[in-house]
Design a binder for this molecule. Structure first.
Ligand code: PLP
Length: 527
């Protein structure tokens, strides 16, 4: 068999691998759904030496293990799973936009799907309310694990054999699991200098500290990561050398930076050198805009919709993820449905080596059990039933085009309303965030202070705070850059993060105009 796998190969693959069990919470491993090409690759290295004390003291749940003895001839008097007749949910009807075209107008021509309680028994569907509303398996339902395993197989093609997917209750929950599974109190983790504040906040209560690595226009700087690790002094730091690297490679939150393929390879090489374990947090992966670094369509900003290779071209032009470069199995990739489908689903997926994923499943047994069954059912109905793999990617393409427009309006508004001698920015190549640097050096007070005064006297924070408050009074809420600063990073600059995710296009322009007025007021520039 050739090593290429396309979405068009999935139906025959499914036929070869056989039907789903249709049981309640069957133990499911992606081995059941992976294409043969996966098994010709070398296995992942073991990362058991990176497990936390908590993870090492956790095993499989006794009651869940008992459930695995069930088969069609066995009557269960074991686990307390209510019979479905006591679930007061009979049918669920959902309307979805169709994948032929996702323009806003066409979303009116929706497709309606009704899922009943016993659709599996009556052969009407492969997933139903009786199964989804019962206790689920810790990695998720077989229906959705199959879909995401196929998606990862086609889109990521991890270069080792024993990778696995598990559902998560969203990345926030997965990060909590990461810190519990891989870190002990007192550990340091390496992050980008400015990073997702909720990740730092999730780590802090576990006694985990962060070290910020310098960034440039392409995100984390590998040489600085290497220097920090090579020069790590255990007695000076009072902690062992860090081994967990938390990274947001695409449309980074908050800076909007995107790592090129070469940058990813360079960081991976540092990870190999220092035996790091990488947490790749990638909610914005599919929102890679059309620029020189991704792709340019002949004479147009938009891909030609009629192109039969639309999906393939889109996927081929995305910068590969760390998971696709990961020859050792040292990457845990966190995908989220929050930014590409709906954050309230609280149902996403992660991929890593079986060795490590199994530890997350033990933790799930004692925490989330599994993501909400209703969310899983809704997702499966949409992704597997209505859209299929290609339709899902077409949705991602539609979203990418929408966010390209939002990003463009944001940039145009910044050029129009922000004073260029005070504010500067790079063009975000992916994601939802724009990172604006405000140069305090041109402030009328700056001459009276040295840079050291600025840092030591918290003048930077006070200036940032004044701009923030003035902007709010003028009717725009932005995020202060200091909220995202990782440990060990000196606050020598003022930044603001703005997002173009929520406001309408006219509101984005108005909001940037208001922010510009706040800047001009602070810097006493004529309005
Ligand atoms: N990771 C990053 C980098 C984010 O920017 C966000 C949300 O803003 C999340 C994770 C949260 O993801 P989830 O909704 O899946 O918990």
């Amino acid at each position: 068999m050739s090593s290429a796998l396309n979405f068009s190969d999935i139906p025959s693959l499914r036929q070869k691998l056989g039907p789903l069990t249709g049981d309640i919470a069957p133990v499911t491993t992606p081995i059941m759904f992976k294409s043969p090409r996966c098994f010709h690759k070398p296995p992942a290295k073991s990362f058991q030496h990176r497990l936390s004390q908590e993870a090492l003291s956790r095993g499989s749940a006794t009651l869940k293990t008992a459930g695995t003895e069930l088969n069609a001839d066995v009557i269960s008097l074991a686990t307390g799973r209510p019979a479905p007749e006591y679930f007061p949910f009979l049918n669920m009807t959902l309307d979805f936009p169709q994948s032929s075209n996702f323009t806003e107008d066409d979303q009116n021509s929706s497709l309606s799907e009704t899922i009943g309680k016993s659709d599996i028994k009556t052969n009407k569907a492969s997933y139903d309310l009786a199964i989804s509303l019962n206790y689920g398996y810790s990695a998720g339902s077989e229906q959705l694990i199959r879909f995401f395993t196929e998606h990862v197989d086609v889109v990521r093609n991890p270069p080792y054999s024993d990778w696995q997917c598990s559902l998560t209750a969203g990345t926030t929950s997965a990060l909590d699991s990461v810190f519990r599974t891989l870190c002990n109190r007192g550990h340091y983790i390496m992050t980008e200098a400015y990073t997702y504040s909720a990740a730092l906040e999730a780590a802090r209560p576990f006694g985990i500290r962060s070290i910020g690595v310098q960034m440039d226009e392409e995100g984390m700087v590998p040489a600085h990561l290497d220097n920090l690790l090579s020069g790590w002094d255990v007695s000076e730091r009072g902690a062992s050398k860090p081994f967990l690297l938390y990274i947001i490679p695409t449309g980074q939150n908050p800076t909007g930076t995107t790592q090129s393929l070469q940058r990813r390879k360079d960081i991976y090489a540092v990870a190999e050198k220092h035996d790091l374990y990488i947490i790749e947090d990638e909610p914005y992966y599919f929102l890679q805009f059309q620029t020189q670094k991704t792709e340019v369509y002949a004479n147009s900003d938009q891909p030609p919709r009629s192109d039969p290779k639309l999906v393939e071209t889109f996927l081929n032009n995305l910068i590969p993820s760390y998971l696709s470069l990961d020859v050792s199995g040292r990457v845990l990739r966190l995908d989220s449905t929050s930014k590409i489908l709906a954050p309230g689903l609280r149902c996403s997926w992660m991929t890593g080596s079986a060795d490590i994923i199994s530890r997350f499943l033990y933790l799930h047994d004692a925490t989330i059990v599994s993501p909400s069954g209703l969310s899983q059912l809704a997702l499966h109905t949409l992704l597997d039933g209505v859209w299929g793999h290609e339709g899902f990617v077409k949705w991602l393409l539609y979203l990418r085009d929408e966010y390209t427009q939002r990003r463009n309006i944001t940039l145009e508004s910044c050029s129009k309303y922000l004073p260029r001698n005070i504010c500067s920015w790079s063009v975000p190549e992916a994601g939802m965030f724009h990172w604006i640097k405000v140069d305090w050096r041109v402030h009328s007070l700056a001459a009276a202070y040295s840079k050291a005064d600025y840092v030591a006297g918290n003048i930077i924070l006070k200036t940032e705070d004044r701009i923030y408050s003035t902007a709010l009074k003028k009717g725009v809420l932005c995020c202060k850059g200091s909220a995202f600063r990782a440990g060990g990073v000196q606050g020598c600059e003022i930044y603001f993060r703005v997002t173009y995710a929520t406001a309408s296009l006219p509101q984005i322009e108005e909001a940037i105009a208001r922010f510009g007025m706040a800047i001009k007021e602070e810097f006493e520039v004529g309005v």
